[in-house]
Design a protein around this ligand. Structure first.
Ligand code: ADP
Length: 174
C-alpha cells in the first residue's frame, strides 16, 4: 500500500475513484465540487439526483458512490465534509468519517487506487494542518483495520501550495 502526495487537479487523476468534497444536496457547488461536475458532465448531477431521491440528503461524514462519466476515473465518491465551527462540534470526527467511509466504498468495489482532495479546507474553513492530521491518521487506521484490502494506492491531491507543504511535512515526519 502506497500513500502518495501530489500537487495537482483531482479531475485529471486516472485513479479508479476520485473523492469529491460535496455538499449535502450533492447537486454541485463551488471549489472542487464544481470542477468535478464540470469535467464529469451533466450525467453526474443526474446520478446524484437519483441517489438523493433514495436517501434524502447526504449528511456531513457520509459518503456515496456514482460512476465518473467523462472523467478519467471510473467512480466518484461524494463525501460531505463538516463546516468548521470552532472545533467542538464534532468536526474532526466527521472529517475522519469522510475518509473512512470513502475508503470503505472503494474497498467494497474492489478498487485499487483512490485520490482524495483536502476535504473541508476550502469553503468549509477547516484549518489545513488539523485537517491533514485527521486525514493521515484516519487513512493509517483504516489500513491497519483492513490489511487485506484491494486498495494499493491512496493519493492525496493538494491544489494549493500550503496544503501540499503540510502533507509533505507530515508524511516525512512518519
Ligand atoms: P469544502 O467545501 O469541503 O471546503 P472546497 O472545494 O471549497 O471544499 O475545498 C476543498 C479543497 O479542494 C481545498 O483545499 C481546495 O483548494 C481544493 N480544490 C479546489 N479545486 C480543486 C481541484 N480541481 N482539484 C483538487 N483540489 C481542489
Amino acid at each position: 500500500m502506497e500513500l502518495k502526495v501530489i500537487k495537482g487537479d483531482i479531475t485529471k487523476q486516472t485513479t479508479d475513484a476520485i473523492v469529491n468534497a460535496a455538499n449535502s444536496s450533492l447537486l454541485g457547488g463551488g471549489g472542487v465540487d464544481g470542477a468535478i461536475h464540470r469535467a464529469a458532465g451533466p450525467e453526474l448531477v443526474d446520478a446524484c439526483r437519483t441517489v438523493i431521491a433514495r436517501i434524502g440528503s447526504c449528511s456531513p461524514g457520509e459518503a456515496v458512490i456514482t460512476p465518473a462519466f467523462n472523467l478519467p476515473a471510473k467512480y466518484v465518491i461524494h463525501t460531505v465534509g463538516p463546516v468548521w465551527n470552532g472545533g467542538d462540534k464534532q468536526e474532526p470526527n466527521k472529517l475522519a468519517s469522510c475518509y473512512w467511509k470513502s475508503l470503505d466504498l472503494a474497498a467494497a468495489k474492489d478498487l485499487e487506487t483512490i485520490a482524495f482532495p483536502n476535504i473541508s479546507t476550502g469553503i468549509y474553513r477547516f484549518p489545513k494542518e488539523k485537517a491533514a492530521e485527521v486525514a493521515l491518521y484516519t487513512v493509517n487506521e483504516w489500513m491497519q483495520a483492513d490489511p487485506d484490502t484491494s486498495l494499493r494506492e491512496i493519493r492525496f491531491v493538494c491544489f494549493d501550495d500550503e496544503n501540499y507543504e503540510i502533507y509533505q511535512r507530515l508524511l516525512d515526519e512518519k
